[in-house]
Design a protein around this ligand. Structure first.
Ligand SMILES: Nc1ncnc2c1ncn2[C@@H]1O[C@H](COP(=O)(O)OP(=O)(O)O)[C@@H](O)[C@H]1O
Ligand SMILES: [Mg+2]
Length: 220
């Protein structure tokens, strides 16, 4: 489903953010992408999201070979990706429900379908009761679960999360990781980047461990 082949990413001639990284992720598989701050986790996710290009190597995702993907097709690719950020990135003037609905509206889905999918996604992550709340009325854990509902509402090929627990306490972090695992059991293909190496290893999922841009460990 996702193939990362000998990917190197350099910034200028001094920084090698990723060095010859290769792995494959099957449909329905989940991996934690671990490593200390600066190890290259965000860089790898940005390459998959096609925000940047590798210096060398190739990435393909389902039917998309990212190197050959014309600019005009990038929005199409991104509609097939769900993305969760450390800082939630909810729109403060919109209710939780409206936040989750937004990508579906942008994709031009029918109103009835949007209502159904938003309800389903919010129930799946346990924030349906909070649907009429505004982001400022939500706890950090709730806000991140709303962001997660938004990421899965369009049933993405691949769900990517970059330090999704970075603004959460230990209890909420564990609960959120648990939730990613639950979504994976229900069929989602998932990559969660985190510097919380010890906590990530509690869940029995595959661990892709980066050190200074090198994939040091791939443990299934
Ligand atoms: N846009 C950029 N320009 C220059 N250096 C960058 C840029 N993005 C990341 N880096 C460098 O690449 C390395 C990996 O960074 P990053 O992928 O953000 O690591 P992580 O997400 O694991 O903390 C770091 O040394 C970082 O300083
Ligand atoms: Mg990062």
């Amino acid at each position: 489903m996702l193939e990362v082949k000998e990917v190197t990413k350099e910034y200028g001639d001094r920084i090698t953010a990723l060095s010859n990284v290769s792995f494959e992720l099957e449909k329905g598989e989940m991996a934690f992408l671990t490593g200390a701050s600066g190890a290259g986790k965000s860089t790898l996710l940005r390459l998959i999201f096609r925000e940047e290009f590798p210096t060398s190597g190739e990435i393909s995702l389902g039917p998309y070979n990212l190197a050959e993907l014309p600019k005009s097709k990038i929005p199409d690719l991104r509609r097939h990706l769900g993305y969760v950020f450390q800082d939630f990135r909810l729109i403060s003037e919109r209710t939780a429900f409206e936040n989750v609905a937004l990508p579906l509206e942008v994709a031009g889905k029918a109103l009835r379908y949007i209502r159904k999918r938003v309800d389903e996604a919010m129930k799946q992550v346990g924030v349906w009761q909070r649907r009429n709340s505004y982001p400022r009325q939500l706890s950090g854990g709730e806000a991140q679960r709303v962001a997660l509902a938004r990421a899965i509402a369009n049933e993405p090929l691949l769900l990517l999360a970059d330090e999704p627990t970075g603004n959460l306490d230990m209890k909420n972090s564990r609960d959120l990781f648990e939730l990613f695992c639950k979504l994976n059991l229900q069929g989602a293909t998932v990559i969660v980047a985190t510097h919380q190496v010890a906590m990530a290893s509690e869940f029995g999922k595959r661990i892709l461990h980066l050190e200074d841009g090198i994939l040091k460990q791939d443990k299934k």
